[in-house]
Design a binder for this molecule. Structure first.
Ligand code: GZL
Ligand code: ZN
Length: 337
């Protein structure tokens, strides 16, 4: 897809002129659903379709599958997009390679969910030098230079950790609970921030985190790490898992050890995907903090504004709620993911 050779500012100016010339000044057209402007034609792309390259983390969890579905269901041809999508199998080098290929392809905008927080500046600088705007979804980068991306759409992971820790403190403080933590992918924003939020929330209580290891957000690795914890400790009262999938792996390990998950060992997780919510409804998980994966619509909106040269919010915080067993039973029948 040939890329417009104009800078974003020129496109915006030309679009404004073209819109005015077309007499399309009414509110419904000015609100971003305007007919294609001359600029796009002259820009060389030849049509109003937005070529977008998306580099996805991987397919490691139920959350990721729901997130991918939301993006692919929204960034469609009928919605004005030509989507190039790649799955990085949770490897940063694959994401960097994908972003470079989108730059070479000359897409109009690049979006990605950074598997880890660090190591992005060089490739993001290459996108900036090529005049291709970048949008972050789901996870953050820790770059000093926030001109390297236009907007970051995602949940507040520290808050998610705090919500999990506050519930644990309310329910279990005073019982000398020994806690083990199944961390998400090492170096990822959700793992760093959820750990921080949970630890802050249980400060001043007698809950003690006796061990914390990464299960890389997958059910298999969550089960393996939990098996190790069960061999190492003879009194685990609570598992805090950074996502449902690792919590579901822990359930398998706890049951294989002849104990009852949700009873003998309490479990708190984050995501609230269907399998997790079912386990919560069944009493095998005790509390789940949601992390909404349906980021496709926000990404489509931001991508259109960015390509049109409009100002966009630097940070769009996705709202999350939390569920106990009763709330899960009620929510399950209509759960979208
Ligand atoms: C959170 C997302 C995390 C989910 C996991 O926004 O990055 O990655 O919590 C997923 O399930 O693997
Ligand atoms: Zn105990």
């Amino acid at each position: 897809m040939a890329r417009s050779t104009f800078t974003r500012g020129t496109v915006a100016a030309l679009s404004a002129v073209a819109l005015f010339a077309l007499g399309a000044c009414s509110s419904e057209q000015a609100g971003g659903t305007a007919e294609p402007t001359g600029a796009a034609e002259e820009g060389g792309s030849g049509d109003e379709t937005i070529a977008i390259g998306f580099s996805q983390v991987g397919a490691e969890s139920g959350w990721r599958a729901a997130n991918t579905k939301s993006i692919q269901d929204t960034l469609t041809a009928e919605n004005g997009f030509d989507l190039s999508f790649s799955d990085a199998q949770q490897k940063q080098e694959n994401q960097i390679q994908a972003i470079r290929s989108y730059i070479a392809q000359g897409v109009d905008v690049i979006a990605f969910s950074p598997v880890v927080e660090t190591g992005w500046d060089p490739v993001l600088q290459e996108a900036k030098s090529a005049g291709i705007p970048v949008v972050l979804t789901d996870r953050a980068v820790d770059s000093e230079d926030d001109t390297l991306y236009e907007s970051f759409i995602g949940s507040d992971f520290v808050l998610e950790g705090e919500m999990a820790g506050e519930w644990a403190a309310e329910q279990y403080d005073g019982e000398g609970f020994q806690v083990v933590e199944l961390q998400g992918t090492t170096g990822s924003a959700p793992a760093i921030d959820r750990k921080e939020g949970f630890a802050t929330a249980i400060e001043g209580t007698d809950l003690e985190i006796i061990d914390s290891q990464t299960g890389n957000f997958t059910r298999t690795e969550g089960k393996q790490v939990m098996e190790g914890f069960l061999q190492k400790y003879d009194d685990i009262d609570l598992v805090f898992a950074h996502n449902d999938d690792m919590g579901l792996g822990a359930i398998e390990a706890i049951e294989a050890a002849g104990m009852v998950p949700g009873e003998d060992i309490k479990i708190i997780t984050i995501d609230a995907v269907k399998d997790g919510m079912q386990a919560l409804a069944d009493g095998k998980i005790n509390y789940i903090v949601e992390c909404n994966p349906l980021l496709g619509p926000d990404l489509a909106d931001i991508a259109k504004k960015v390509v049109a040269g409009e100002e966009v919010e630097k940070r769009i915080v996705v709202k999350d709620e939390a569920f106990d067993q009763e709330a899960a039973i009620e929510a399950l029948p209509t759960r979208e993911y």
